[in-house]
Design a protein around this ligand. Structure first.
Ligand SMILES: Nc1ncnc2c1ncn2[C@@H]1O[C@H](COP(=O)(O)OP(=O)(O)OP(=O)(O)O)[C@@H](O)[C@H]1O
Length: 309
């Protein structure tokens, strides 16, 4: 397998249950070493997709390859390349974190104590690993789960809704070490979430799914690029009046005024037209600032719905 070969390939992956299509011909590739997000509202089919990738349920149609190995025909070899937490990781609360890892290491061949130390350090549990799991915060249990999923050196780590129940500090921590895994260890990470803001911070690339269908794939770099459409802020005199004029000129721009100016979602080429118009109408323009478009805007544009958090 060359370095540029995708670590995960989905082709027309479909799940029908009782005549209902839950996942509908989903096709996408995930390259190595990225943090890839599966984003969609509740019930979009994220968990069902992940359960098919991890072999927990069968596909009705389509194929999944992990590291070029077909999950149907080469199940065991494909699974060796993957580590995942799909359902909540079942840890033994009355054992220490370390005892739990020792227990789970017996499910694989040849995991050394050195390797355990490595994964413990990687998830930052070094100073608490000999505490009982019942004393761990949710974030620490989550990290212990990741350590367990990583011990056999998988190339692909799959986490279903990993931020569920974490507080903002926990989410930031999780995000930082997932990104570190991708960067330093070359591990590819697939995470699912229904929270746009988290995906935007955590992922390099995001696939948006809705009612089981792929709506779009987006590079985070593209979304935050300032030369495409974006949020633009105009500081002007008489902002409410100015906003009204621009709103009439560009009804798609969602113009929003406040006391010192207004903001609008605009294409780059619309900006000089607006400046010209404002000056012509006698407004004083004190400043114009383009900022990158958020994933939320892009998500709304792709799904055409308000189903976001
Ligand atoms: N075994 C099943 N039988 C019938 N319907 C199912 C089954 N499993 C899932 N579904 C339905 O398929 C749809 C997608 O479910 P899934 O759990 O994959 O969504 P999700 O995107 O992961 O959402 P959530 O974030 O709520 O978990 C839902 O409408 C769900 O009710």
């Amino acid at each position: 397998m060359s370095n540029s070969a995708p670590i995960l390939e989905l082709r027309n992956v479909t799940k029908r249950i009782g005549g209902k299509t839950i996942v509908d011909h989903l096709s996408f590739d995930i390259p190595q070493g990225v943090v890839f997000g599966l984003l969609g509202p509740n019930g979009a089919g994220k968990t069902t997709t992940i359960r098919m990738i991890t072999g927990l349920i069968s596909m009705t149609e389509g194929s999944v390859k992990i590291g070029g190995l077909d999950v149907n025909s080469r199940f065991e070899d494909a699974m060796k390349l993957m580590g995942g937490i799909v359902e909540n990781p079942e840890m033994y609360k009355y054992l220490t974190g370390y005892q739990n890892l020792i227990h789970f290491s017996r499910m694989h061949e040849g995991i050394s104590k050195d390797r355990l130390k490595e994964v413990i350090d990687l998830v930052g549990l070094g100073n608490r690993i000999h505490d009982k799991v019942k004393r761990y915060s949710l974030g620490m249990r989550q990290r212990l789960g990741v350590a367990q999923a990583l011990m056999h050196r998988p190339k692909l780590l799959i986490l279903d809704e990993p931020t569920n129940g974490l507080d903002p500090a926990g989410i930031r921590e999780l995000r930082d070490y997932l990104r570190r895994l991708a960067r330093e260890e070359g591990i590819t990470v697939l995470v699912s979430s229904h929270l746009l803001s988290e995906m935007e911070l955590m992922c390099d690339r995001v696939a948006v799914i809705q009612t089981g269908k792929l709506v779009g794939i987006q590079e985070m770099g593209d979304i935050t690029r300032a030369d495409g459409a974006g949020h633009v802020r105009f500081d002007i005199s008489r902002p409410v009046e100015g906003a009204e004029i621009i709103g009439r000129l560009y009804p798609e721009a969602k113009v929003l005024a406040d006391t010192s100016g207004f903001e609008a979602i605009l294409e780059r080429e619309e900006i000089p037209v607006i400046i010209e118009q404002l000056v012509k109408e006698g407004f004083r323009v004190y400043g114009v600032k383009a900022s990158g478009r958020s994933l939320e805007d892009k998500f709304l544009e792709m799904t055409g719905s308000g189903q976001i958090e």
